[in-house]
Design a protein around this ligand. Structure first.
Ligand SMILES: [Zn+2]
Length: 239
């Protein structure tokens, strides 16, 4: 029975190790996804800018079509003017031409604005592409490094899991089940030290009779308060 108790204690030590390693591994996995996320965001931002430029290019194309139409209107009106007989008609066409020229000037102004925006965005895009290329290179290196760390931790987890399995194979299934259930219920601690009449798992006083029977060490005894399996540890004698 004493042997079983020692094995349970070992099991708990291994489980603590595994818990810590898993926490470390999850942290590393999060860092990894942070690295990936930065790259995804940089790509998305670049794609957004490229989409914006394409949109403005299209708007510029539409303005150029309108401009061509406006210029055609002006030319046609000017041709018509030559055949006009009355002053009244002349004035009317004159107003049409003035309006069309005003319109053409506005379109020209808008087109210039678009060209300016396109130039600005293209400069920004060139910068972003450079940054992205650098990031891609860094990311690939950082990803490899992070993956190596994750693999190392996983290896340790596997080693400890194998040690754990070797121990649980030696123990009765019902005891392992009880241990696992306790660990779940008691924040990862299934085995608690008993000392000076106390359970150090829950810090409650143990009934003297129960505490005394721990000294015999011929059965597994649970704390009546927290149900953890008790293991007797005497204070080391003061030298
Ligand atoms: Zn207890």
């Amino acid at each position: 029975m004493k042997k079983r108790l020692e094995m349970l204690e070992q099991l708990q030590e291994i489980d603590y190790l595994i818990d810590n390693l898993k926490t470390a591994r999850n942290g590393l996995a999060e860092e990894m996804s942070g690295i990936e996320q930065a790259l995804i965001e940089a790509r998305q931002e670049l794609a957004g800018l490229e989409g914006r430029v394409a949109q403005i290019e299209q708007e510029k194309g539409e303005l150029e079509i309108s401009q061509a139409a406006e210029q055609e209107n002006i030319r046609r009106s000017e041709t018509n003017m030559k055949e006009i007989k009355t002053n009244k008609e002349y004035q009317a066409v004159g107003r049409e031409i003035a309006a069309a020229r005003k319109q053409a000037a506005e379109i020209e102004e808008q087109t210039l604005q678009k060209i300016g925006q396109i130039e600005e965005l293209n400069t920004e895009i060139a910068n972003r592409r450079e940054i992205l290329a650098e990031l891609e290179q860094n990311t690939s290196q950082r990803r490899d490094e992070k993956q190596a760390e994750i693999d190392k931790v996983q290896q340790d987890i596997d080693t400890d899991a194998a040690r754990r399995e070797a121990i649980t194979k030696e123990l009765p299934t019902s005891l392992v089940k009880r241990y696992d259930a306790l660990r779940q219920q008691r924040r990862g601690q299934a085995v608690a030290v008993a000392r000076d009449g106390y359970c150090l798992g829950c810090n409650m006083n143990l009934p003297p009779q129960l505490y005394n029977s721990l000294f015999k060490g011929d059965e597994l005894i649970s704390c009546p308060h927290c149900q953890r399996v008790l293991i007797l540890k005497l204070q080391p004698a003061v030298q």
